[in-house]
Design a protein around this ligand. Sequence first.
Ligand code: GLA
Length: 682
Amino acid sequence: MSLLRLDSDTTSLLLECAEGRGGSAPLWRYFGRRLVEGAAPFGGLGDSRALPSFHPDEQAMLSLVPTHSAGWFGPAAVRAHRSGRDWVQQWTACEEAWDGESLVITLTDDVSGVAVEQRVRLDPASGVLTLSARLTNTGVGDLTLDWLAAGTVPLPTHAASVTSWHGRHNVEFQEETAPLTRSTWSRENRRGLTSHEDWPAALVTTEDGVIGAHLAWSGNHRQAIEPLDDGRYAWQAGAYLSPGEVILAEGESYTTPEWLVAYGADRNAMSQAFHADMRARVTWPTGTMAPRPVHINSWEGFYFDHDEAALMALADSAAALGVERFVLDDGWFKGRDDDTSSLGDWVVEPSKYPRGLGPLAQHVRALGMEFGLWVEPEMVNPDSDLYRAHPEWVLGQAGRRDVTARNQLVLDLTRADVRDYLFERVAALLDDLPIAYLKWDHNRVLTHAGERAAFSAQVDGAYALFARLRAAYPAVEIEACAGGGGRIDAGILRHTHRFWTSDCIDATSRVAMQRAFLAFFPPEVMGSHVGASPAHSTGRMQGMDFRAAVALPGHFGLEFDTRHMAVEEVAKLTEWLARYKDLRGEIHGRPVWQGAEKDGLLWQAFGDADGLLLFVTRLQFPTLAHPVPIRLPILAERDYRVEAVWPAADTRIENGAWLAAHGLTLPPQKAESVRIVRLTAL
Ligand code: GLA
């Protein structure tokens, strides 16, 4: 037996290539905390195990690409058949190669006519393991593929629980933790886009840290953790395939999305690994991230009620507050007075903008702000010129009633002519207007998508459209939105620069949502706005300071009518915008830490042992008489200047080792309040 070992600074993986076992796939021996040099098993996994009673006489063990063959009863990475035949895959050859970045294991089965290329990349810098698989039909006749895991990873025997996120529109990122038991844990998303309901990520807590995983895919998915009979667990993820969705002709291939997996000694370490990977995915117009500009978004202030003069006045008031980017949301295009019509007709509504959008855009620019525009290219309303001209462009099935959602249908992005039309419409806007930013929405789920299920092909079509527009207009930034946070994933992040986290801007609700978002994604791509009070989504009322401080760490913005504010509110908000501009460089692109102390103290910190910006949030009024100290294990054995950024308080010197072990005691906080403190190493 020989061992294949990959290491990053934090993580090791060890695969066993068994000799004398024909073409079997490498066996999983280890994935987790980095091993010291020389830490290796003495013998092969099979040699170290007695054959259990009532088992096949050949040992079947968890491999990199397990299949239903030779007595393996655990989860298979491949489920495929040829009209019911060739349903067993048993590898007859295994080749390893290194493409400079990834280990590429090619497994072939001459009997069933299937080959799988499993790519394994452990990024030395971030520690993120990226897995993807490509299956090719090398046999005779069509091959139906029901499932191909992007990867299979082992979880250790001491893996204890799995945390994942569910939700709905306005209620994104609801965290749920379940114990790992002898039952399979799984989540399947069949809604056609990333979804609010089943987010394609999870994290597993073990006795030795945390392992997180995220599928870089904006469509249907499946993730599952199955207990094995040696006490370990096999974790898999991939695109969920509907019946008949992938039928490969001879020589054709199917490639899975990438699955990102990261080990961390704790949740913060895991998050930091993902942040490094996510940050590398974003392609900024100038090559590096410019300071994230303060937004104003017209939606909650105006909804569909557009009027050129009123929106120019909104721009005036926003610019006076210090806003840097003005985004004109839904309601600007032909006949769009509510959500019942017009999606697909991407031309300006003349009654609202008799001179087109040019004067408003120029007005915004003259005020020193960028101009952004909302679009929802993948959608069409039955009441639209586009639908009347091309009813056949809808993604549906002949003979079946199209199911509308928010009165709209989905365009078939697997068609080149549909993609061309959308490219031309969006390109015409980008050519005509000085647009720096698109808010790209997707406000419904997919139902019976295509004569043959086209869920994956639809996602590929959308990605192709994004890629074509990005290539043609590289200076334009894009936000991914889907009824708030319905399309937040690492797949679409390759094409975009920001996520609209949720249509719920209520700061109290946002606290938990944003903490969950930050488990995988960095703050600079987290759209977070100051909304109205009472909040339109929940009806709750909150003070300006709390709303602004909760939004501040993300990509900050405003989303209410700033034309009619009390003088004191204008002063407060102006200060918050200036504070955001002061602080964003200490937050965005920096390591993120999150923690909690008893009695409801939640904290987030940005930076490292040289300097840390600390946000302490309290939602409920404390039950204890004295504030609980906040332990900051990030700090070094040095002295720190502890300076109140907001609200004002005295500056003092504290010892870092003491703050790490005992904690930082701050003045008492009221319910729904945030305190911002800067710690600087002396
Ligand atoms: C979705 C978005 C909102 C807004 C509306 C416009 O709900 O999440 O922010 O853009 O669409 O219709």
